[in-house]
Design a protein around this ligand. Structure first.
Ligand code: PLP
Length: 417
């Protein structure tokens, strides 16, 4: 049963409540390997479901446009102070609705339409909002994109530097959605300094690892840091912008009134809860375990003949090219889902196939680590993946799904009792 209970919802809207219960049970029974997902704590869930959703509070603490902010102001200030202290930054804005609008606010703060901007190409592992052509950021700015080396699957910082020197972007994004390796923030900072660009570290995927000391911090290297709060950081769906003192005002103005109206106060409260959780010593252990699990899973997959982009992982994420297994990413992801293993099909660098039918899949270990799975379970997960990808019939997939559910029954899930 969903935790906290949704009995009022069940009475008012039984069909919807059934669907939510179904989703909760699905999350309980599946090995969830989508690299951008996690399980939030019951405390975070509770915060998102409060009356704070009723309140409008355009503006910032002490400077609001509506009355009645006696409780909202301290809640938002708590979230801000916790973000500043956890990441060691001068400034934090916790109002951005999600990662994509947060990045849009960065453009609004430091660039003008038509300016040259630089980011990692989507097919190489960057995010849409780093200037990819179909995104507003690629349409409204002159975007130049860097990738990875074909032979190593890693970012080539000499190429990034040459491109930056030739194109002189106003803003450089580092970070992405499918980068299995450590981001070299000092090297990016040196390039940005050399060309006079603002460096933006988008740590959406790795924020929890940074907070938990399992990935180097961009603080002191990137002037602006953008992050979602719901991936490895294990908070509610939302985002934060952090920066040095020099960019504080411009970022705040870009978020409100530049892009948004009223902040989602229930989300702000839940972010505050998640930030307090991430400041606990146990979160450092969590972050280290995520990385240990990813390495163990990567090793077990390699041992079964799977090809990993860049050969392995430094963080929570594995990008797998299935070409040598004779199956596309999409049919593999569908078969795995049937087998109780949830991940997403993904392009691999230099993918000869189309984005909607690419060669690879992406896996992450943040959710299964929250469930309490450890390195000793990773060979089993690799075995299931191997069997499911090779499975000839539905019976085999159903059999695997049974084994998966049986294992997970022993690992509690926050949000489900
Ligand atoms: C997930 C992600 C985003 C976007 O976040 P949404 O909340 O989905 O809009 C932005 N940048 C990176 C690097 C991401 O991984």
């Amino acid at each position: 049963m969903h935790q906290p209970a949704i009995s009022h919802l069940a009475a008012a809207d039984p069909v919807l409540a059934q669907l939510i219960e179904g989703e909760a049970q699905r999350q309980f029974e599946k090995v969830r390997l989508i690299a951008s997902e996690n399980y939030v704590s019951t405390a975070v869930l509770e915060a998102t479901g409060t009356v704070l959703t009723n309140k409008y509070s355009e503006g910032y603490a002490g400077k609001r446009y509506y009355e009645g902010q006696q409780f909202i102001d301290p809640i938002e200030s708590m979230a801000i102070e916790r973000a500043k202290s956890l990441f060691g930054v001068d400034h934090a804005n916790v109002q951005t609705y999600s990662g994509s609008p947060a990045n849009l606010a960065v453009y609004l703060a430091v660039a003008s339409p038509g300016d040259t901007v630089m980011g990692m190409a989507l097919p190489a592992g960057g995010h849409l909002t780093h200037g990819w052509s179909v995104s507003a950021t690629g349409k409204w700015f002159r975007s130049v994109q860097y990738g990875v080396r074909k032979d190593t699957g890693r970012i080539d910082l000499d190429e990034v530097r040459d491109l930056a020197l030739a194109e002189r972007p106003k803003l450089i994004f580092c970070g992405g959605t499918a980068i299995p390796r450590t981001i070299d923030f000092p090297a990016f900072a040196e390039i940005a300094r050399e060309v006079g660009a603002v460096l933006v570290a988008d740590i959406a995927h790795i924020a929890g690892l940074v907070a938990g000391g399992a990935h180097p911090s961009p603080v002191g290297h990137a002037e602006i840091i953008s992050t979602t709060t719901h991936k490895t950081l294990r908070g509610p769906r939302g985002a934060m912008l952090m920066s040095d003192a020099a960019h504080a005002k411009a970022l705040d103005k870009a978020v409100f009134p530049g892009l948004q109206g009223g902040p989602h106060n229930h989300t702000t409260a839940a972010i505050a809860v998640a930030l307090a959780e991430a400041a606990q010593p146990s979160f450092r252990e969590y972050a280290a375990n995520i990385v240990a699990n990813a390495k163990a899973l990567a090793d077990a997959l390699v041992a079964r003949g799977f090809e990993l982009v860049s050969g392995g992982t430094d963080n929570h994420l594995i990008l797998m090219d299935l070409t040598n297994k004779g199956i596309g990413g999409k049919p593999a992801a569908k078969a795995l889902d049937q087998a109780g293993i949830e991940l997403n099909y993904n392009t691999v660098p230099f993918d000869p196939r189309k984005p909607f039918d690419p060669s690879g899949v992406r896996l992450g270990t943040s959710a299964i680590t929250t469930r309490g799975l450890g390195v000793e379970q990773m060979p089993q997960i690799a075995e299931w993946i191997d069997r499911a990808v090779a499975a000839g019939d539905d019976a085999e997939l159903t059999a695997i799904a049974g084994e998966v559910a049986e294992l997970l029954a022993g690992y509690p899930m926050p949000g489900w009792a």
